[in-house]
Design a protein around this ligand. Structure first.
Ligand code: GAL
Length: 691
């Protein structure tokens, strides 16, 4: 069944990173683990993430007996394993014998052995060694009955600037530009400050003491190259696994939009399900209440799901209590761990795993939150909390295989992201592209509208509404993709700083938004940026088509636009462009295009989106709620599963629609409204039989 990650484990996955390789000299602790796993209601364990030195203590000498033992024991008690390929942490002997596997930093200094996640992706030796160890793992364990997934490496990220990588970059460029250096010079606008390349050997990727961001077209290409090289390394990692155990699904733990240089879909496309590591800083009051962190989790969860080919995804890591690397090791307050985990399910996830099962005795993660503490006590608060959550997951078994149904997409494009980061201009402190897109996502999520995140060249035809904030740089395919989406009846929303540059960050000649001018039906003449303490306002036209009535504040960006075929819906109130258009609508084919020539506040976004959502009949999980109550729905056959979450630290009432629901955990029938305890989550089922 495609709706399940692996039909061997048709449950809500609940478990942890488990590192028994650190405990092999204390077998009594491992014995205790197997007893505690049952009591903790944890079922799925990621194994061997950093175990290369145990798998291969010397070059070519392999020892998998310990892992065989762990897998057999897991299977015996009905638990499942995800086995990791071990490239996230390299053994010392490998670096000592083959220094080329060590990464070179941007300052062109080679790392000594240390840390993790730091191998060169180009090194032929590294590629060969990874391929060998992965093949051995697949041969040995590919058929193990406990195995339900492969976990490739760990938090893949980073760049290497070693001579091999720099050479590979030059070769990659030669191929991309068909050996035409003039074309490359034009794309990089390298005549600027006399930076013209006269030989391919002069090309160097970014470094602070050399080519930095003057010719930033090359930085965009370097990001493309890093994505390509990382994806190629990933392919090499997967190859033996796919060949030997084609039925075992592959994943890797991503990190939302981090790192900047990696186009995640190039990795995700090679996975059978996606996953991510989630570490919000709950309880930082500076950021407001827990709703703030719920938004962060929502954004990353939706992104991870969007990256998945089939919508299957899990949260691979989160702490059950505290981290140890965030400046402050604040514990999740009672209730918040359940809230965060249930929220992840609400967004369609198939499971929730943690870092990590048991606290290490030494090393720099010994004080990180874990399921089992140094006391190994099943009476500990966190242990009991995790166990209770696992028990709740078992009561939710009927949601397994259900999915969310997003009808809205937000375009968050890698090329615009790279180009905006590199560009000098705009409001330098306010050009965080991903954050600007996230603000749109948060408004939708709070309203109970699920959204996907897409690159600008992806198929948009399943969405009723697409929001493309600040789509500054357009891939070659983007204009046609957006036009055909709208032509066929889609609704598109754009905001200030759209269509300024092409995919090489060369500005369009003949007026912005370049090739989107016909689609938006307007010309952007100039961009004004406002101080933090400045503002302008958007004033709706009388009898406008959206029925907007009040004025809204505008911050940061104000474009002067000239509607050509677009209709003016609202105008600026102040400054030398008072009375000029700020919000327009253009009819295009069967669809409709909105342009907001500024950076609107949430107040505007809420009212604006409410109107569009109503007009387009986009499903909303529940009608408007008191602040802090958020709802989401998953669907399976004729059933709907409604998750209602209370992010407030006080009792709050959630208002239901006119349907009758059954509480999945308690079996009670609920209607009209529910009084929710602080941080409570309720999971309700609606089906025809409730009526
Ligand atoms: C993650 C990493 C884990 C662990 C965790 C601690 O980034 O993948 O191995 O270090 O952080 O929070």
């Amino acid at each position: 069944m495609n709706n399940l990650i692996n039909k061997k484990a048709p449950i809500i996955w609940h478990g942890c990173d488990y590192n028994p390789d650190q405990w092999l000299h204390m077998p009594e602790v491992i014995d205790q683990d197997f007893d505690l796993m049952v009591k903790a209601n944890c079922d799925v364990f990621s194994l061997g993430i950093f175990a290369w030195a145990k798998h291969e203590p010397e070059e070519g000498v392999f020892d998998f007996d310990w892992l065989q033992d762990i897998l057999d024991r897991l299977h015996k008690i009905g638990k499942f394993a995800i086995i990791a390929t071990p490239s996230g942490g390299r053994p010392r002997w490998l670096a000592q014998k083959y220094p080329e596997v060590l990464r070179v930093q941007e300052n062109r200094v080679r790392d000594l052995y240390g840390q993790r996640h730091n191998h060169c992706y180009t090194s032929p030796i590294m590629r060969e060694k990874v391929s060998i160890i992965n093949r051995k793992l697949a041969e040995k364990f590919g058929n193990h009955p406990a195995l339900v997934g492969w976990h490739i490496s760990n938090e893949i990220n980073g760049e290497c600037y070693c001579p091999k990588c720099c050479d590979a970059f030059r070769e990659w460029l030669k191929e991309k530009y068909n050996g035409d250096l003039d074309k490359l010079n034009q794309n990089y606008w390298s005549a600027f400050w006399s930076h013209t390349y006269t030989d391919w050997s002069q090309i160097e990727p970014f470094c602070h003491h050399g080519d930095n961001d003057v010719i930033h077209g090359i930085n965009i290409d370097f990001n493309r190259f890093v994505s390509h090289q990382t994806a190629e390394f990933f392919r090499i990692e997967c190859e033996p696994l796919k060949e030997i155990s084609p039925d075992v699904p592959i994943t890797t733990n991503l990190m939302g939009y981090h790192p900047e240089s990696l186009e995640k879909r190039m990795i995700a496309n090679q996975c059978d399900f996606t996953s991510w590591d989630s570490y919000p800083m709950w309880h930082d009051k500076k950021c407001g209440n827990e709703l703030h962190w719920g938004k962060e989790v929502a954004f990353d969860a939706d992104y991870t799901r969007s990256l998945s080919k089939n919508g299957n995804f899990i949260q691979m890591e989160a702490t059950p209590s505290n981290t140890n690397w965030q400046g402050l090791a604040k514990h999740k307050r009672p209730g918040v761990h359940h809230l965060a985990s249930m929220q992840t399910l609400a967004q369609g996830a198939d499971g929730v795993l943690y870092f990590q099962w048991r606290a290490c005795r030494g090393g720099n993660e010994k004080f990180h939150g874990t399921v089992v503490g140094h006391d190994s006590s099943e009476e500990a608060r966190v242990f009991k909390d995790v166990s209770a959550l696992g028990g709740r997951f078992k009561a939710l078994q009927s949601i397994v295989g259900s999915k969310v149904k997003p009808k809205v997409a937000i375009i968050i494009d890698a090329v615009s992201r790279w180009a905006i980061t590199g560009t000098q201009g705009f409001s330098l402190d306010n050009k965080d592209y991903v954050k600007i897109c996230q603000e749109w996502h948060s408004v939708l999520w709070e309203m109970g509208v699920t959204s996907d995140q897409r690159e600008s060249d992806e198929d948009l035809s399943s969405y009723d509404l697409v929001i493309a904030p600040m789509l500054y740089a357009l891939r070659d395919e983007t204009p046609d993709n957006l036009k055909s989406y709208v032509k066929n009846g889609g609704t598109l929303v754009g905001t200030a700083i759209t269509g300024y540059a092409d995919e090489n960050d060369l500005c369009y000649m003949g007026g912005f938004p370049g090739p989107l001018r016909e689609l938006y039906g307007l010309w952007i003449e100039e961009l004004d940026t406002l101080w933090e303490h400045d503002e302008n306002s958007l004033v709706p036209e009388k009898n406008n088509i959206l029925g907007l009535e009040k004025s809204y504040k505008l911050k940061t960006y104000c474009e002067r636009i000239h509607p050509e075929t677009a209709t003016v819906v609202a105008k600026y109130a102040d400054d030398f462009y008072a009375d000029e258009a700020v919000l327009t609508n253009n009819k295009y084919g069967k669809g409709s295009v909105w342009y907001i020539a500024s950076k609107p506040t949430d107040e505007f976004k809420i009212d604006f989106l409410k109107k569009l959502i109503a007009e387009l009949n986009i499903p909303v999980a529940l009608p408007e709620q008191e602040k802090g109550i958020v709802a989401n729905r998953r669907y399976k056959e004729d059933k709907e599963f409604l998750f209602i979450m209370n992010y407030n630290d006080k009792e709050t009432t959630a208002v239901l629609d006119d349907k009758k629901y059954r509480c999945l955990e308690k079996g009670t029938i609920l209607e009209k409204s529910i009084l929710m305890s602080p941080y409570e989550v309720k999971i309700l089922e609606y089906s025809q039989s409730n009526r």
